[in-house]
Design a binder for this molecule. Structure first.
Ligand code: DQA
Length: 149
């Protein structure tokens, strides 16, 4: 069975409470439910992982690589703009991967407009809210995912 790993980074466990004017009022559980509903009926396992710790996210990416999962969707949160270690983990994983941001990082503060991690992903979806995760999921299953093992 195909498996997609969905990784959410720091502070995304606070969705619904955190700056709702930017990130909306829905929670991480709501996101998981929407993706599971979307995947329903297709033979795909979804594995959700959230951590506020850079090291734990790096370990989960390496684990996904060792498991040989079909693809990853990652919202690295603020680590997007800071973490070369996360770039290395994604580049080394050799898995199809889509970076997702709920907000449009190019419309926000200048420090958010640089993504270190994007270059290790197939592509980036930014500013489409939860729909970005759905679009990333559809891409990973479309057969057009570029970075195959
Ligand atoms: C975010 C954008 C980041 O700049 C920010 O640090 C986040 C969330 C987004 O989903 O829009 O934590 O990744």
């Amino acid at each position: 069975m195909k498996e997609i790993v969905i990784i959410n980074g720091p502070n995304l466990n606070r969705l619904g409470k955190r700056e709702p004017e930017i990130y909306g009022s829905e929670t991480l559980d709501d996101l998981e439910k929407q993706l599971r509903d979307h995947a329903n009926g297709r033979e795909i396992e979804l594995d959700f992982f959230q951590s506020n710790s850079e090291g734990e996210i790096i370990d989960r990416i390496a684990e996904a690589s060792d498991q040989g999962v079909s693809g990853m969707i990652i919202n690295p949160g603020a680590f997007t703009h800071t973490s070369i270690a996360l770039y290395d983990a994604l580049a080394g994983a050799g898995l199809p991967c889509v970076e997702v941001h709920l907000s449009n990082i190019y419309r926000r503060e200048s420090f958010r407009q640089k993504s270190f991690t994007a270059a290790a992903c197939d592509g980036v979806i930014s500013g489409l809210g939860f729909y970005g995760y759905i679009a990333a999921f559809d891409y990973l299953l479309s057969g057009s995912a570029r970075r195959s093992r």
